[in-house]
Design a protein around this ligand. Structure first.
Ligand code: GLA
Length: 333
């Protein structure tokens, strides 16, 4: 049996470093993604990629995905280790996503591979399986935003996801605005260890406060003695409010308000969460000063990578102009 699976990448409009604390996020699946064509056969998964010199060869009984070489094959191995399919496959991977730039090339790969290997179930179960696969591949305790929007995206809309319940609803991107993603020029660095440290700090703040951060408000976290934990928690609780407000602003067609909230989100990620860099600051400042730009912010984990802006059509000439698309698909060939 020969199949073709496609999974989109994503850009997050607002709501970063909230998903793993059960908070709110507002990403959209984009018109760039990853396609896997697979002949289902054999007891290994053998995939060639147009972007990688080495073939991924993963036995169906792979034990430790994080030890597999070449490195990109770890994502394939992660999916195999979670799904444990009875039959492997031979095929190809093609992507038009920039790799490691912050548009979730890894989630597009795991979601497409999972579908190609015969995953059956709804988008939430698919996203949960792929989240486990990525954690097994990288050791980084990532949240579920990237996989869920790749699986469940809606054409023309961002998804407002409640990461505590995994309920999601589309928020249409207003007509007449562009979503532009610009690379800061700085590859993402130290993402794994620094990301895990941020998550651990949020969990410690939550433990000391004795209640889930998502149930708390800004005043509640000001009582934390530790200044670092206080800032981390303040980012999370205020970011949840900004996501809610931004979704409402987009629904009301108030793009100016949405843009202001994006700038506030960026400042919080910089000042309270410490995940911005000089290159990201430079890119956000340049975009924010461009006539016709409503707002801009770092998107994804930070520490380098990309910036997202909302703009009038034609206002920004650099970067990728992205459109919201439907989630992942699978078809028999
Ligand atoms: C990475 C993770 C996501 C999310 C973002 C930050 O993209 O994969 O789960 O935590 O960082 O919002």
């Amino acid at each position: 049996m020969r199949v073709r699976a496609h999974a989109p990448g994503r850009v997050n409009l607002i709501g970063d470093h909230t998903d793993y604390m059960g908070g709110l996020v507002l990403p959209m699946a984009v018109d760039r993604g990853t396609t896997v064509v697979l002949e289902r056969t054999g007891s290994r998964v053998v995939l060639e990629s147009g972007d990688e010199p080495e073939t991924a060869i993963v036995p169906l009984d792979v034990a430790d995905p994080s030890a597999v070489e070449p490195a990109w094959a770890r994502f394939v191995a992660g999916v195999v280790s979670v799904l444990r399919p009875d039959v492997g496959g031979v095929g190809t991977v093609h992507t038009d996503l920039p790799i490691g730039a912050g548009l979730s090339s890894s989630s597009a790969l795991t979601v497409a591979v999972a579908l190609a290997l015969g995953f059956e179930g709804g988008p939430v179960a698919l996203a949960q399986a792929c989240q486990r696969a990525e954690i097994a591949a990288t050791g980084v305790p990532g949240g579920i935003m990237d996989q869920l929007v790749s699986a469940a995206g809606v054409e023309g809309a961002a998804l407002l996801i409640d990461c505590a319940t995994l309920a999601f609803e589309p928020v249409p991107v207003p007509a007449g605005i562009e979503v532009v993603v610009v690379h800061s020029g700085q590859p993402r660095r130290l993402v794994g260890s620094a990301y895990a440290e941020r998550r651990a700090q949020c969990e410690e703040a939550e433990r000391r406060l004795g209640r889930p951060l998502r149930e708390l408000h800004r005043d509640d976290v000001e009582g934390l003695d530790d200044p670092v934990l206080r800032r981390r928690a303040r980012h999370v609780v205020t970011e949840d409010d900004r996501v809610r407000d931004c979704a409402a602003a987009l629904r009301a067609g108030d793009v100016a308000a949405a843009g202001r909230l994006m700038l506030e989100s960026h400042a919080s990620l910089r000042d309270d969460f410490d995940v911005s860099t000089d290159a990201l600051e430079e890119a956000v400042a340049r975009l924010a000063a461009t006539p016709g730009v409503y707002g801009a912010r770092l998107t994804g984990a930070g520490f380098g990578g990309c910036v997202v802006a909302l703009a009038e059509p034609g206002a920004v000439t650099e970067g990728w102009h992205l459109h919201a698309v439907a989630g992942a698909t699978i078809e028999a060939l």
